[in-house]
Design a protein around this ligand. Structure first.
Ligand code: SF4
Ligand code: SF4
Length: 219
């Protein structure tokens, strides 16, 4: 989801690489669950999130869509996000103790917070969102904070996915053909999200196979 704000407005003005130290460590949140509530449709899931959730929870994406996940249109493209519900607009994975019940499987955006990604010139860096998390922070290495295996490979995937979805947005927004827009959206949804991932196989291999199908369709 794109935000129409300047980096200076929402950050400390710096950009970070994976090996940099950043003041983001909130020490286990200590009873706070602010960023697991009232987040609207902003916690968008990428295909790796869906691989991790479906294989880790042994649930299909269709089953997740019954309660924990919903679909929304983001800049013209239909994408899944964590669903906020109830009186407090809470994530369905937030437990009664105010903790994440799927900590090891939590999506990439949850792993980042209070960091964000800043995309520019075909790649991205990280930035620290100030004013979002009120905890007292200490310094932590970005890669340790994100806590994602094979981070270099994951960053390559994240970048590729971001620019693929940018391209899809442009295709959808520049077309006046309703059937084309609908079919492209359904194709993305089915190919990258609804078609089950095999948990015994590497995610990135499966993503690559699906990209080849996608590229053959859109090229
Ligand atoms: S707002 Fe900060 S302290 Fe609170 S749950 Fe989110 S990351 Fe943790
Ligand atoms: S998945 Fe976990 S960390 Fe992410 S919003 Fe839900 S409860 Fe919070």
């Amino acid at each position: 989801m794109k935000r129409n704000v300047t980096l200076e407005e929402i950050s400390d003005g710096r950009l970070y690489n994976a090996n940099d130290m950043v003041k983001a460590d909130c020490h286990g949140c200590q009873g706070c669950s602010k960023c697991c509530q009232g987040m609207g449709n902003s916690i968008i899931l990428d295909p790796y999130d869906v691989y991790r959730l479906t294989t880790g929870l042994q649930k299909t994406m269709q089953e997740l869509l019954e309660k924990e996940v919903e679909l929304n249109v983001v800049d013209g493209v239909i994408l899944p996000n964590l669903k906020m519900s109830g009186a407090k607009e809470s994530c369905a994975f937030l437990n009664e103790q105010g903790r994440c019940s799927i900590h090891s499987l939590r999506p990439g955006i949850c792993r980042l917070f209070p960091l964000g990604r800043y995309y520019e010139n075909g790649s991205f860096k990280y930035f620290l969102q100030t004013g979002e998390c009120t905890a007292v922070h200490s310094k932590v290495k970005v890669s340790k904070w994100i806590d994602t295996p094979n981070l270099t490979q994951n960053m390559e995937f994240t970048n590729r996915w971001h620019y693929m979805m940018n391209e899809a947005e442009e295709l959808v927004q520049s077309s006046e053909d309703d059937a084309f827009r609908k079919n492209l959206n359904l194709f993305i949804l089915n190919t990258f999200y609804l078609a089950p991932y095999d948990g015994s196989r590497d995610f990135y291999e499966q993503f690559e196979e699906r990209c080849k199908i996608y590229e053959a369709i859109v090229s």
